[in-house]
Design a protein around this ligand. Structure first.
Ligand SMILES: [Fe+2]
Ligand SMILES: [Fe+2]
Length: 249
C-alpha cells in the first residue's frame, strides 16, 4: 500500500499587525502544530499579508516560522513580491514571479505566483507555465504533482470573487491535461472552503483564515467575520486527493 501524504492547507491570513488577527492566525498554526507528527507539509496559498508592508511580512514570517512542519508559501494579490521574497522566501527583493518548487515525501509541489502587481485578478505568465512544465517533466511521470497558486482559475458562484479570478486559464488547463500525474490544484483568494474540478482534476479552495466571504444567498455584504478560521487537510493516497475541512474556533 502506498504511503498517504497529509497536506495542511491554509490561505488568506491577511496579517495586519492587529492583535486579534494575529491570535486568530496563531490558533491555526497551533492547530497544525498539535498534529504535526501526522502532517507532511503546510501549504499557504497567498494573501499572507493584508497590505504587503515590510512590518506585516516580518510578522507573517515570525508566525509561520513557528510551524513545526515544512512550510511552502506563495503570494496573493494583497502581498508584494519584493517584501514577500525577502521576508518569507529568504530571497532577494524582486518584481519577478515568485515561483518555487519543493519535493516533500516524494510529492512535487509547484508553488506558482499567479499575482499581477497592482491588480487583484490573477494570471500565470507564459514563463511561469513553461517553468511548471519543465518541473513536471523533470520529476517524471511516477511523481505525484500538486499545483498551488492563489487565484482560482474558475468561477465559484461568488460575483465579487468571480470578477477577480485567474484569467488565461485555458493555458493552465492544457498543461494539466498533458500530465496525468498532476493530482490536483490548491488555491485560496475566495475565502471559502470549496471543491470543484479544473482540467478534470480536483481544484480545492482553502477556507479563509482571516474571514469568510459570503455566497449571494447568505445575506447583505461580502465579508462574514463571524465564521471561524478554517483549514483544509488533504490526504494524498497515491494519485488520489481526499480533502477534509476543519474549523479552528
Ligand atoms: Fe484574501
Ligand atoms: Fe486574494
Amino acid at each position: 500500500m502506498s504511503r498517504v501524504t497529509v497536506i495542511a492547507h491554509i490561505s488568506d491570513l491577511h496579517v495586519t499587525g492587529d492583535a486579534a488577527r494575529r491570535s486568530r492566525i496563531c490558533a491555526v498554526v497551533d492547530h497544525v502544530n498539535a498534529r504535526a507528527d501526522g502532517i507532511d507539509v503546510l501549504v499557504v496559498t497567498g494573501d499572507i499579508t493584508d497590505d504587503g508592508t515590510p512590518a506585516q511580512n516580518t510578522e507573517a514570517a515570525e508566525i509561520l516560522g513557528a510551524a513545526r512542519v515544512p512550510t511552502l508559501v506563495i503570494p496573493g494579490n494583497h502581498d508584494r513580491r519584493p517584501e514577500f521574497s525577502r521576508a518569507l522566501l529568504a530571497g532577494a527583493a524582486t518584481d519577478l514571479p515568485l515561483n518555487r518548487s519543493a519535493t516533500v515525501a516524494g510529492v512535487l509541489y509547484l508553488m506558482c505566483d499567479s499575482t499581477i502587481p497592482g491588480r487583484d485578478d490573477g494570471w500565470l505568465s507564459d514563463a511561469s507555465l513553461g517553468w511548471m512544465e519543465s518541473e513536471i517533466v523533470a520529476a517524471g511521470a511516477d511523481t505525484p504533482v500538486v499545483v498551488c497558486f492563489h487565484h482560482p482559475p474558475v468561477t465559484l458562484g461568488m460575483p465579487f470573487m468571480d470578477g477577480i479570478r485567474q484569467i488565461g486559464e485555458d493555458r493552465l488547463a492544457d498543461l494539466i491535461a498533458r500530465h496525468p500525474n498532476v493530482v490536483g490544484s490548491l488555491c485560496g483568494h475566495a475565502h471559502t472552503g470549496a471543491v470543484t474540478t479544473f482540467a478534470g482534476r480536483p481544484l480545492v479552495i482553502a477556507p479563509g483564515v482571516s474571514a469568510t466571504l459570503k455566497l449571494p444567498f447568505e445575506g447583505e455584504g461580502i465579508v462574514d467575520a463571524t465564521q471561524p478560521a478554517g483549514i483544509a487537510f488533504h490526504q494524498l493516497d497515491g494519485f488520489r486527493l481526499i480533502t477534509h475541512f476543519r474549523s479552528v474556533v
